[in-house]
Design a binder for this molecule. Sequence first.
Ligand SMILES: Nc1nc2c(ncn2[C@@H]2O[C@H](COP(=O)(O)OP(=O)(O)OP(=O)(O)O)[C@@H](O)[C@H]2O)c(=O)[nH]1
Ligand SMILES: [Mg+2]
Length: 312
Amino acid sequence: MSLQQLVERALAGDPVSRAKLVSLFSDTRPEATFDRMEAEEIAQKAQKPHECAFVGCTGAPGVGKSSLLSALVTRLRKQNQARLIAVLAIDPSSPFSGGALLGDRVRMALPEDDSGVFFRSQAADRELGGLSPATFQVCRMLRYLFDLVLVETVGVGQSETDIRHLADCVVLVVQPMVGDDVQLLKAGIMEIPDVIVMNKSDLTPAANQSFRALQTAAVRLLRPTDRSKVTTHRASARTGEGIDDLAALIADTRSNTDRFSEAETYFFEKAVRREFGTYGLDVLEAQGGAERVIEQRGFYEAQRWFARQIVV
Ligand SMILES: Nc1nc2c(ncn2[C@@H]2O[C@H](COP(=O)(O)OP(=O)(O)OP(=O)(O)O)[C@@H](O)[C@H]2O)c(=O)[nH]1
Ligand SMILES: [Mg+2]
């Protein structure tokens, strides 16, 4: 099958072609860059202009990110069958095998036999920042294939802030009774979320007390996107509490094309740092910086051109 056919079939909703195409974008080897560029050009030509919003879901391990996303996807699909949804879950990599543990694939109970939902997990591959090295690449293609992309990040700490650069809305999930989560809000994670959800609110009475503490802690937080107030919500993936409100909030998220070009700059720079270290960053700086290089050459050409600069 030609690349042209693969992209056309994926755009028409064929699950096998979609999976193959996403695999091409998961490939971080430079040799695949040309195919990715071509695939994106084909998609751009074939696809009518449409909006794709990115929503990030982040939070400490075990707070219920996957359970919450499953409940939300099920709800969103029931509400609007026309809206195609992709879920990208970043798994912590095993330090021994280097492979993903695939825990989320097991825990996520996404609607079966629904070709309007696509799931893919990616190994974090020792990358700091909470995403995988190929996450941004994959998102480039997902935006042609789907209307909404939900990304579950690995853990959350002060360094796992990459999702902020990718998502139009970031949801931070916390759970009751964990003082550390409220501590986290004070410790620097406040730069990240637009929305904070306390999941497992079925665990009363701990939930009531924790939610009040959370509201107090969040009262001064402002959304990084528009500086309006960060909202706090109670939810339970188990009982379904709060799922309707959250689903509505996610359905209302609008994509921001400026953010996408900022993301290009950020992830390009990050890839340069990963591949070539501070030497690479110095070379990039000497060429006017990532933004300028992308502006002059385009995202793909910038990568290939940069790789040539660094070899000579
Ligand atoms: N009581 C209760 N338990 C929940 C709820 N949501 C999730 N859980 C449980 O919490 C555990 C972790 O849920 P996950 O959805 O896997 O959490 P996660 O944040 O995706 O975990 P990692 O991906 O490993 O970081 C599971 O045992 C769930 O059954 C909830 O609303 N209430
Ligand atoms: Mg999970």
